[in-house]
Design a protein around this ligand. Structure first.
Ligand code: SF4
Ligand code: SF4
Length: 483
């Protein structure tokens, strides 16, 4: 008998993927395509055999022929070759493509820094704290965005969103509500202008909640503004970190206002955004307080962006503790999802959505491309965290984007330029991470965030396991990520 096509090749070896298990099934997460494959008996046997070293197809067939029919083994070898889980031992490693996004890529989210002033003095703040990159206190930029600049920004968004029917406008600060009159005018203006252009704009804002009052809450609800509250947890935690300029804690001020917001504003889910530092590492307690006692629909937690020497920077032990608590919440999230119930831990939901959609990122995030930040004077930066930084300016709302600067940024920040990441299986999801984090850590926004690789890989592995378990036990649940 003639050897099948697969047996005519050079010895076969494993190629690039990350294997994981869930509910007794074994899966492959393919890199860089980000596809997920459930392995059957022969594929497990072939990969296990090649784990011991390269071998030819003929010897693989011989080894496995007592367990599986010949055709099935050959077919599986061909399938595994096709998805690039295995391949010719001498085949060159797949290059990370350096394809830049096409010209005219639409802007989908614009973050408007309506003020760079804040009524709080949180120690770890990236805008005012020790790691700030823009001098918002003594710099030349206006403290508040004018109505005219906000309207020019809306025109910029409408033009740059190009053929997109829906665009997103997020208000940010400083403390966003310090410029409430401009928020109101901008939303009214944007709605009218979007309708004239046959488009729709969705609005959201982030606030520290200290300035919420009944008429603002009503306006947020009436206008279906998505709200994210920056809050760090129960009273002793919040008062230790999120304080007024006189050092007084904010918990007693924000708690009743948030309760009222959650009671009245039912048109969009309200989320909490927690900054984790070495001083507030009880993730489980924080999460339970914010969901069960306060009533937030969802809670997202992110480690503080700071240099290692700060006393609130999370230590390696702290990162381990954070990860193990995230894993507890992820398991709870899974148990809820298996019963088709909601669980408010948004970190797991966000990563699962990316896994489900097969996202394979060329960039750490959408900054400078689908997402841009606008400073109070109308300068356009990579994102809200860079707004006002001349070094990270890519244009202005009146003069448009400087395409040369943007292209240079896109080249420098592409995964192809981050050679450290080229052998990492988590790169479809991470792609080097946040540029602002990199700027604070390494003084260079294009640097890969190598200080948190272990963390990212462990967390991505956990989310893959959750995904696999859902795919096995309640695959219908995953359909909600299709939208
Ligand atoms: S930063 Fe680290 S975890 Fe992220 S893609 Fe690069 S090597 Fe992987
Ligand atoms: S650079 Fe960082 S802060 Fe800015 S949008 Fe990207 S992930 Fe967010």
């Amino acid at each position: 008998m003639n050897p099948p096509v697969a047996t005519a090749s050079q010895p076969l070896a494993l190629r690039e993927f990350h294997a994981f298990e869930a509910h007794g099934a074994r899966f492959l997460y393919m890199v860089p395509s980000a596809g997920i494959f459930r392995m059957d008996g022969p594929s497990v046997a072939i990969l296990d055999a090649l784990q011991l070293g390269p071998q030819g197809a003929e010897s693989l067939i011989e080894e496995l022929s007592s367990d599986y029919p010949l055709e099935q083994i050959v077919e599986t070898i061909e399938e595994l070759t096709e998805i690039r889980a295995i391949g010719d031992v001498n085949a060159p490693k797949q290059q990370v493509p350096n394809d830049l996004p096409p010209e005219g890529f639409p802007l989908t989210t614009m973050v408007l820094n309506v003020t760079n002033k804040c009524n709080l003095a949180c120690t770890y703040c990236y805008e005012y704290g020790e790691d700030k990159i823009v001098d918002t206190k003594y710099g030349d930029a206006p403290k508040f965005m004018s109505e005219q600049t906000a309207e020019e920004s809306v025109e910029f968004l409408l033009a740059e969103s190009r053929g997109q029917e829906v665009a997103h406008l997020t208000f940010f600060g400083g403390e966003t509500l310090l410029n409430f009159p401009v928020l109101q005018q901008t939303v009214a203006y944007a709605r009218r202008r979007a309708a004239e252009e046959g488009k729709r704009i969705e609005f959201s804002l982030t606030t520290n909640a200290t300035l919420l009052r009944p008429e603002i809450i009503e306006w947020l609800a009436d206008n279906q503004i998505g709200v994210t509250i920056s809050i760090d947890g129960p009273k002793e935690v919040q008062d230790g970190l999120r304080v007024f300029h006189n050092g007084k804690g904010t918990y007693d001020v924000v708690q009743p206002k948030i309760k009222e917001l959650l009671r009245v504003h039912r048109t969009r889910p309200i989320g909490a955004r927690v900054t984790l530092t070495q001083k507030n590492m009880d993730v489980l307690e924080i999460f339970r307080h914010l969901t069960e006692d306060m009533g937030f629909w969802e809670v997202g937690l992110a480690p503080v962006t700071t240099q290692d020497q700060r006393d609130y920077a999370i230590t390696p032990e702290g990162k381990d503790s954070m990860l193990s608590q995230f894993e507890v919440l992820a398991q709870e999230w899974l148990q809820c999802a298996l019963r088709d119930e909601h669980h408010g831990f948004s970190n797991v939901k966000d990563t699962l959505e990316e896994i489900h959609k097969g996202v394979s990122k060329a960039y750490g995030c959408g900054a400078g491309l689908g997402l841009m930040g606008v400073a109070t004077d109308g300068d356009v930066a990579l994102c809200h965290r860079f707004a006002g930084s001349p070094e990270h300016k890519i244009g202005s709302v009146t003069e448009g984007i400087d395409r040369d600067v943007q292209n240079k940024f896109l080249e420098d920040h592409h995964i192809a330029s981050k050679t450290d990441c080229h052998t990492c299986w988590a790169r479809p999801i991470c792609s080097g991470g946040c540029y602002h984090e990199a700027h604070v850590q390494y003084g260079e926004s294009s640097h890969a965030n190598l200080h948190y690789c272990t963390w990212v890989r462990s967390w991505t592995h956990t989310c893959l396991e959750i995904y696999g378990a859902l795919a096995e036990k309640n695959p219908k649940f995953l359909e909600r990520f299709d939208a």
